[in-house]
Design a protein around this ligand. Structure first.
Ligand code: UQ1
Length: 379
C-alpha cells in the first residue's frame, strides 16, 4: 500500500506536465463555456466521478451534467502495483482528464472550495458558484504522509561503498547537514554483498575491514546495482583495459581510431555519467567532428562538466555542477550548495523541456555559454 501511495505522489508530480500537453491538444472547449447551474453536478473526476457522469449523461443528457475536477490527468490506479514492480510503464497508467470526461459533459477545471447544500450550491476555489439539482460527491481521498507519526520510529539507513557522501566536497558538506537534520544514518565503505529477501536481511561488507560483514534488517530496501560497459564493447578493439570506450577525455575522439568518437555512459571519460554531461559532451563532439571533417585538429576541449540536481525534498534541490577535478562549475551566480525551490522547479519542470526539445533536438550543448553570461564572462 505504501509503495502504491508513494508511486501516486511521484506520478502526479512527474507526469502532470506531459499529460497537460496531451490534454491541451485534445480537449474540447466544453469547460470554457460553463453554465452556473446543472441538473447533475459531479464533484471529482476519478473513477467514481467519471463513471457517474457517464451514467447521468445517459439519463438526462450531457448538457445537464458537469464535473468539477482540477487534475489534468486521470490515473488508472490499480495498475500502479505493476508499475512499482516494473512490469508496466508509468505512462500507461495515465490518460488526460479531457479524454475521460464523457463527451458533451462540462468539465469545470477547479477545486471544490465549499459546500452550501441548503442552497444547492458548490463554491470552487476560483470563486465560482455552481448550483445543482442533484450533487454527486466523488472526491476520493487525500494522502496524509505528515499525519502518520511513523517517521520517528523509522530508521533510515544509507549504506554506500564509496568513501564519501558525494564526490565534490562542497556538495558533500551540504548533504551531511541535511542528513543530520533528517536523522538519516550513513555508513560509508559498506558494500552490499547479499540480500536474504525471505528474512528481509541485507548483508554488507565493511570495505575497510575486508571479510567483516554486518546484517541489516530492513522493511524496505532500495538497491543500486553495480554498473559496467556494454558487453559488446568489453574486450572489443575499441575498449580500454576496463572495458569502456577508450576516448580522449577532452576531444572525445577514440584514442586509436581517429574516425571513431564516443559520448555518454559507454565512454571512459572520468566524470559522473549524467544527461547534463552528455549535453556538454555533445557540443564538444560536434566541434571535434567538424574539425576532423575539415582535416583540422580538434580544438574544443571537454572539461568534464557534469551536473546532478540533488532532490532534497518535494520542493527543494541542490544543483551540483562540477568538472573533471571535482571543482564546482556553477552556472548561476548563487551558492548552489544551498537547498533551493528554484532549483527544484528547474529539475522537475524545466529540465524535461530542455531535454526533449533542446538536447534531443541537438540544440542544447550544456550550460557553458549561459555560465559565461551569468558570470559576466569571468567563468
Ligand atoms: C542539463 O543540461 C541537463 O541535460 C539536459 C540535465 O539533465 C536533464 C540536468 O539535470 C542539468 C542540471 C543540466 C544543466 C543545465 C542547466 C541550465 C544548469
Amino acid at each position: 500500500m505504501t509503495g502504491q501511495l508513494h508511486t501516486q505522489r511521484l506520478l502526479s508530480r512527474q507526469y502532470r506536465r506531459v499529460f497537460s500537453v496531451i490534454n491541451s491538444q485534445i480537449h474540447t472547449s466544453s469547460g470554457l463555456a460553463a453554465k452556473d447551474h446543472y441538473k447533475f453536478l459531479v464533484l471529482g473526476g476519478g473513477t467514481g466521478g467519471i463513471t457517474m457522469a457517464a451514467r447521468m449523461k445517459r439519463k438526462v443528457g450531457a448538457q445537464n451534467v458537469a464535473i468539477v475536477e482540477p487534475s489534468e490527468v486521470h490515473y488508472y490506479q490499480p495498475i500502479w502495483t505493476l508499475v512499482g514492480a516494473g512490469a508496466k510503464s508509468v505512462a500507461s497508467s495515465g490518460r488526460s482528464t479531457a479524454s475521460v470526461i464523457p463527451s458533451g459533459v462540462t468539465w469545470v477545471r477547479s477545486k471544490v472550495a465549499e459546500f452550501d447544500p441548503r442552497n444547492n450550491v458548490v463554491l470552487t476555489d476560483s470563486g465560482k458558484k455552481i448550483s445543482y439539482d442533484y450533487l454527486i460527491v466523488a472526491l476520493g481521498l487525500e494522502l496524509h504522509y505528515e499525519k502518520t507519526g511513523k517517521r520517528s520510529k523509522a530508521n533510515i539507513i544509507y549504506n554506500t561503498p564509496l568513501p564519501k557522501l558525494f564526490g565534490v566536497k562542497k556538495y558533500a558538506d551540504a548533504l551531511w547537514e541535511i542528513v543530520k537534520k533528517r536523522d538519516i544514518n550513513i555508513n560509508l565503505r559498506h558494500n552490499l554483498i547479499e540480500v536474504r529477501a525471505d528474512k528481509q536481511e541485507a548483508i554488507f561488507e565493511n570495505l575497510d575491514k575486508p571479510g567483516e560483514t554486518k546484517v541489516y534488517k530492513y522493511e524496505m530496501i532500495h538497491v543500486t546495482p553495480p554498473m559496467g560497459p556494454p558487453a559488446v564493447l568489453k574486450g572489443s578493439s575499441l575498449d580500454d583495459a576496463t572495458g569502456w570506450l577508450d576516448v580522449d577525455k577532452n576531444t572525445l575522439q577514440h584514442k586509436t581510431y581517429a574516425n571513431v568518437f564516443g559520448i555518454g555512459d559507454c565512454t571512459n571519460l572520468p566524470t559522473s555519467k549524467t544527461a547534463a554531461a552528455v549535453a556538454a559532451q555533445s557540443a564538444v563532439l560536434d566541434r571535434t567532428v567538424s574539425q576532423i571533417l575539415r582535416k583540422k585538429t580538434p580544438d574544443k576541449m571537454y572539461d568534464g562538466y557534469s551536473s546532478c540536481p540533488l532532490v532534497t525534498s518535494y520542493n527543494t534541490a541542490i544543483l551540483a555542477e562540477f568538472d573533471y577535478d571535482g571543482q564546482p562549475l556553477e552556472t548561476f551566480p548563487v551558492d548552489q550548495s544551498k537547498e533551493s525551490r528554484v532549483m527544484y522547479h528547474m529539475k522537475a519542470d524545466f529540465m524535461p523541456i530542455l531535454y526533449w526539445h533542446g538536447l534531443l533536438k541537438g540544440f542544447w550543448g550544456g550550460p557553458g555559454p549561459l555560465r559565461t553570461i551569468m558570470h559576466l564572462g569571468m567563468k
